[in-house]
Write a protein that binds this ligand. Sequence first.
Ligand code: GDP
Ligand code: MN
Ligand code: MN
Ligand code: MN
Length: 253
Amino acid sequence: MELMLKAVENIPLIQKGDDLADLIFKRADLKDNDIIVIASTVVSKSLGLTFYLSDLVPGAEAKRIASLNNKDPAFVQAVLEESLEVFVESPFMLVRNKNHHVCINAGIDNSNVGGGRLLKLPCNPDGCAAKIGQKLEELTQKKISVIITDTNGRAFKEGQTNVAIGLYKIKALRTWIGEKDLFGYVLEISEEAVVDEIAGAANLLMGEAANGYPVVIVRGLNLYTQETAGIREFYRKAEDDIIIQGLLELKNQ
Ligand code: GDP
Ligand code: MN
Ligand code: MN
Ligand code: MN
């Protein structure tokens, strides 16, 4: 068995309006079943989702949380505007963003943006993945999957890893339920989070700094699916999530 990961070379600094599918197509020789992993940072830039803190007018809630965290109230306002729900207010903000992704600061980020600007996550990453994937499929006439990613921290462990936040023609989970293990025991709950595994692997080439590799091609897996299941089905419902339940109990104490 073999798996290939290849970063796409010579992607320029992305500007609002850039056509990512076209940029990738011109720089990569894509094959059937390729998975194109794209950092959300460049998707957001292509959508023009940059802003300045001076664009925001902080409300009372933003001012209150900002004073707890020693943050700029305008930054907290931006986070609140991108969030459906706040699970932790302090010492950092853990929120559910508008696409139901649970992350710190709603994924608002200033790394690799420049000009004193900040960047929001795309509000419909599945839609963005579909738009890029459909165009790539049209241009190449190949079966192409797309994963849009963002770098996130984890509970329980130090360090960050890339995770999937938007999908096109790839299923989030590979189920092993009903399969037999080496000794004939039938697996009952094993579902492998393949899109996060692929996102993490791709980040080995992307890096986090001035590397300049926002797009990685993953070749050698057979995960293409016509049904475009979105990322939403991957997010556990709050009522089934004991960590979220615990955080809400703490917050409401
Ligand atoms: P995030 O995880 O989506 O927030 O993205 P990062 O900020 O970690 O960037 C991931 C990779 O994309 C790194 O290699 C960056 O250097 C690269 N990157 C970010 N923006 C651009 C860009 O506009 N052009 C190019 N060529 N690379 C970029
Ligand atoms: Mn970044
Ligand atoms: Mn980010
Ligand atoms: Mn990153």
